[in-house]
Design a protein around this ligand. Structure first.
Ligand code: C2O
Ligand code: CU
Ligand code: CU
Length: 427
């Protein structure tokens, strides 16, 4: 219900609770419940206000990953919410329909807070006809699939403080929306899955057990121009993909993840275990007919000729261009309403994940070549394989605030906590 200012109001309370993932009760954290948080949903053009209360025993923040909004509402480490405290984030949603998410972003505690269960989806809607041409009945044929890996010590969720590989916590059990061994009853020929990698470190390569192709229809910041048929989609931490899967009556089909990195990298950084069942799709005996649209949206392309500035950043060790996080330093000062080109490179042999706040970008080049279809749409996070180079372009529109920084960082949450993060201000 809208408030007196016509805003759509949401309430989130970060709090501890008890969850049972099949091993017995264990302590977890969630928003409004014991684990994860409600799916928030608003339409382009709508004013929203989210009242966040902190009922945890430690400081937290809530960041709206992928959202275009003023820096003061962004929920970075500059806006801590003390235990017992509260914060109101308010802004007007103005970006294409997309699958976004929210999670804590406090200084040095992001990994452990997300691992304990603090995360949720924020779905943005708009009036594009493609949204109605695609499966769009939430919970029926349009399904959030928030994927996390967990480690248990006996009946207890490992606290995630310190274990795993050089990229952080790696669990050997998969939760989908907080549920182990998840399955979904499907009643329609097409089902849309909104895949979200909400893990702290693990990289997934999603595909169907029988290798059949599916349609990739959207990435981090919205729909692609047209469905792209593929048999796998890789998501590093923080990335999203919307896919549409076609099913036959009565069949069972498992969404899996396999060989996200391959070879040495797989054992060194992804825990050595390369295959997980994610979600079983159980098709009913008769299915509602559905067809996939041939085209989706028309994305305007940002023109590098019009860039006001080009910057370069190298991710290496736990630093970006030789510098660790310093909350009092701006690494880039961007002029409002200008376009910038950023060259982002991984300088060494550890995988990283590049994420920038406030904007959605377009990929111009990957290792000097034109981007593949899965990188052709709006992105806010990209996987940075060892030695990989990206050239991306973004428009920093609408909001200037010289006193408040946005962040850009590695979205491997341990790396982020260890200081692999920079700041930019828009003036
Ligand atoms: Cu999803 Cu700066 O974070
Ligand atoms: Cu973010
Ligand atoms: Cu990293």
């Amino acid at each position: 219900r809208p408030d007196e200012q016509g805003r759509r109001v949401f309430e989130l309370q970060a709090r501890p609770g008890d969850s049972d993932f099949g091993h017995g009760a264990t302590r977890t954290w969630g928003y409004n419940g014991a684990y994860l948080g409600p799916t928030l949903r608003a339409k382009r053009g709508e004013a929203v206000a989210v009242n966040v209360r902190n009922a945890l025993g430690e400081t937290t923040t809530v960041h709206w990953h992928g959202m275009h909004l003023p820096a003061a509402m962004d929920g970075g480490p500059h806006h801590p919410i003390a235990p017992g405290g509260s914060f109101q984030a308010a802004w007007t949603v103005d970006q294409p329909a997309a699958t976004l998410w929210y999670h804590p972003h406090p200084s040095e505690r992001t990994e452990t807070q997300v691992y304990r269960g603090l995360a949720g989806l924020f779905i943005v809607d708009d009036d594009e006809p493609a949204q109605r041409a695609l499966p769009h009945d939430y919970g029926v044929d349009d399904i959030p699939v928030l994927v996390q890996d967990k480690q248990f010590d006996g009946d207890q969720l490992s606290t995630g403080e310190r274990f795993g590989s050089d990229i952080g916590v790696l669990g050997d059990e998969i939760l989908v929306n907080g549920t182990p061994r998840a399955y979904l009853d499907v009643r329609s020929e097409l089902v849309r899955l909104r895949l979200v990698n909400a893990s702290t470190a693990r990289i997934y390569n999603f595909g169907l057990a029988d290798g059949r192709p599916f349609a990739l229809v959207g990435t981090d910041g919205g729909l692609l121009d047209r469905p792209y048929m593929t048999d796998h989609v890789r998501l590093s931490v923080g990335e999203r993909a919307e896919i549409v899967v076609a099913l036959e009556p009565g069949e069972r089909l498992t969404l899996r993840s396999e060989q996200a990195l391959g070879g040495d990298l797989e054992s060194k950084f992804n825990g050595g275990r390369d295959a997980f069942d994610i979600l079983q799709l159980r098709a009913g005996a008769s299915l509602t007919p559905a067809t996939l649209p041939k085209t989706l949206v028309a994305t305007p392309r940002l023109d590098p000729e019009r860039a006001a500035q080009t910057r370069s950043f190298v991710f290496q060790g736990r630093e970006i261009s030789g510098r660790g996080m310093d909350m009092s330093r701006a690494d880039a000062v961007v002029v409002k309403d200008t376009i910038e080109v950023w060259n982002v490179a991984n300088g060494h042999d550890t995988p990283h994940s590049f994420h920038i706040h406030d904007v959605q970008f377009q990929v111009l080049l990957v290792d000097g070549r034109a981007p593949p279809p899965e990188l052709s749409g709006w992105k806010d996070t990209v996987f940075l394989a060892p030695k990989q180079r990206y050239r991306v372009i973004a428009r920093f529109a609408d909001y200037a605030d010289p006193a408040t920084a946005y962040m850009f960082h590695c979205h491997v949450l341990r790396h982020e906590d260890e200081g692999m993060m920079g700041q930019f201000v828009v003036v």
